[in-house]
Design a protein around this ligand. Sequence first.
Ligand SMILES: NC(=O)C1=CN([C@@H]2O[C@H](COP(=O)(O)OP(=O)(O)OC[C@H]3O[C@@H](n4cnc5c(N)ncnc54)[C@H](O)[C@@H]3O)[C@@H](O)[C@H]2O)C=CC1
Length: 393
Amino acid sequence: MDAPATGWTEDGTGRSADAILIHRTLTEISPVADQTTSYFYALLFVRHPELRELFPVAMDVQRDRLLRAILTAADRLDDPRALAEYLGELGRGHRKYGTRPVHYPAVGEALMGALSRYATTTWDGATEAAWVRAYTAISQIMIDAAAEDEQRSPAWWHAEIVSHDLRTRDIAVLTLRPGQAYPFLAGQYTAVETPWWPRNWRHYSFASAPRPDGLLTFHIKAVPAGWVSNALVHRARPGDILRLGPPTGSMTVDHSTHNGLLCLGGGTGIAPIKALVEDVAEHGDRRPVEVFYGARSDHDLYDIDTMMRLQRTYPWLAVRPVVSTGPGTGGGLMRGLLPEAVRECGPWPEYEAYLSGPPGMIRSGVDVLRGIGMPAERIRHDFFDGLAATGPA
Ligand SMILES: NC(=O)C1=CN([C@@H]2O[C@H](COP(=O)(O)OP(=O)(O)OC[C@H]3O[C@@H](n4cnc5c(N)ncnc54)[C@H](O)[C@@H]3O)[C@@H](O)[C@H]2O)C=CC1
């Protein structure tokens, strides 16, 4: 996939002229992001009512995903590799919503309408031209990626729940049997849609490496106001059919090195970490793997038995539970937040870091690791609703 090629003149700062104009617009709309988003969707649905059915009935929770994804991409114009990767995932991920190439101009038109209305000070002919070039390039990369993907993969997969294990009051472990082969890598995640909330897709990591029987596992925590997660934890039963989007995410094991793995799994963020451990075991690498498993209290360490079983099985694996609140129970339990525990046990030369959990944990974990000298290229993580987010709503 090619990077955008037009409007490309460097200024003294190393940024292209288009990127500077686009960044200026983004800075101006930042304090009025909510209004810009509302206006964008209003324009889109008033002018193109046929597009409304691609989005969930209620759009409050993830209302701004599509616009946020476009703006994120536009702000990365000068990083063609990251842009192509991000937009490729986005284009492939949009197939499950029924997005067609013909829909892209409608979105572009609403985008220009919303930006020109809210970036009143900086909007002019040159800025509009820069946005048109950027959006044309963005949509073309997405359209091409979707078309290429269509040749080899379904837009989505049906999967039947074959077991539902309620581990705590609000956490369930689900095992699914996909209707057809579902290729993915340990450490990746996917989007899940339930029959109860059509077109509401939520992201969950695979909690196991690919298995010979083809089954998939997910750890779901019912979060307040989380319709999909509450349905999956409290309503779903074996026999129910879900839909899955394509696998995505870059927190996969680099098997080209013998470095150790330093893994931080916060809450249900332990799910992909468990998959990574299984992946290392299957490759027979015997690289040291240090897992820090964080939860609010020892009661919330819902998968500790599995992790301890893995530790007993593999001599190269060490699992350290870390609880942030509530009484500790001794017995090797560390107290505090995960990133602090990792710092205390550092400095971790010869390790690659894998972080999975709440965004605050990932941010502070990256800060701690960078602070103790770990180079950025040895730190891997995904943000479910940040750069890696896919979906129109
Ligand atoms: N691939 C990924 O990155 C995955 C991410 N998740 C995300 O993980 C989250 C799990 O939520 P919960 O189970 O409620 O976790 P939680 O809120 O109970 O946090 C778990 C642990 O993370 C650490 N932590 C949390 N916030 C922190 C902060 N601001 N700074 C430093 N450390 C912090 C603490 O040690 C805490 O005990 C969800 O947001 C879910 O979307 C879940 C699965 C996979």
